[in-house]
Design a protein around this ligand. Structure first.
Ligand code: CMP
Length: 216
């Protein structure tokens, strides 16, 4: 639990309290934890694995809004404003979460200002990310959006070794295209080009970027 940023300021007794109000759950890959518009009564902390947060258009096509990795949390909006889930959540790989029900979650926020502050900072970050994404969709061309999305994923979820960053999240081309807001063919073209220039290596379950080759 100490690795979870949300809980980093808590002492041993407070961590024990979290464990006493939380349930540990393990999900296999591609499990939907909840759908957009469901009533929401649970807050989640992701201990291991990854999930995608997404919404659907009227003809069923998906838009991936965010990827949540180990140590991060989600599902707070419905608990804070009492409205239905703002998006759907689905595991991308075998995933372990801690789940906390609305009542003990809200009680925790009342008691622990450090946790409340973390949640507020996380909401701020999401709003900033969303503003940035609106900017990208409005002002950047499709190829730039693909590269930018890869760099954002690398900075947030990648493991860095010198100029090499590896994103170990099993995202397929559809999901990457939905994140960048480009057609799948455009995504495939850009990734092929980045691979030809040795900027990107596409593995079975990971993407590796060599930032030293990016200039120009
Ligand atoms: P909630 O609305 O309860 O359920 C869906 C969750 O997805 C939401 O809480 C947030 O935790 C998360 N979420 C929704 N939209 C975004 C977004 N744009 N960026 C990151 N996370 C989001």
């Amino acid at each position: 639990l100490k690795k979870v940023q949300l809980f980093e300021s808590l002492n041993e007794e407070q961590l024990q309290h979290i464990l006493s109000i939380a349930d540990k759950q393990i999900f296999s890959a591609s499990t939907v934890l909840f759908h957009e518009n469901d009533p929401g009564d649970t807050f989640y902390v992701l201990l291991k694995g990854s999930i995608k947060i997404f919404t659907r258009g009227s003809t069923g096509e998906e838009k991936v809004l965010s990827i949540i990795g180990a140590g991060e949390s989600f599902g707070e909006l419905s608990l804070l404003d009492g409205r239905p889930r703002s998006a759907s959540a689905q595991t991308l790989e075998p995933t372990t979460v801690l789940s906390v029900h609305a009542k003990p979650f809200l009680e925790l926020l009342r008691q622990q200002f450090d946790i409340t502050r973390h949640i507020m900072a996380e909401l701020c970050r999401r709003l900033r990310d969303t503003n940035q994404h609106v900017y990208d969709l409005t002002f950047l061309d499709a190829r730039t959006r693909v590269l930018k999305n890869l760099i954002l994923l690398a900075n947030r979820h990648g493991q860095r070794s010198g100029s090499i960053i590896t994103i170990r999240i099993p995202l397929n081309y559809d999901e990457l295209a939905q994140m960048a807001g480009v057609p799948k063919q455009t995504l495939a073209q850009v990734l092929r080009d980045l691979q030809d220039r040795l900027i990107l290596n596409v593995g079975a379950n990971d993407y590796t970027l060599d930032l030293s080759r990016l200039n120009g």
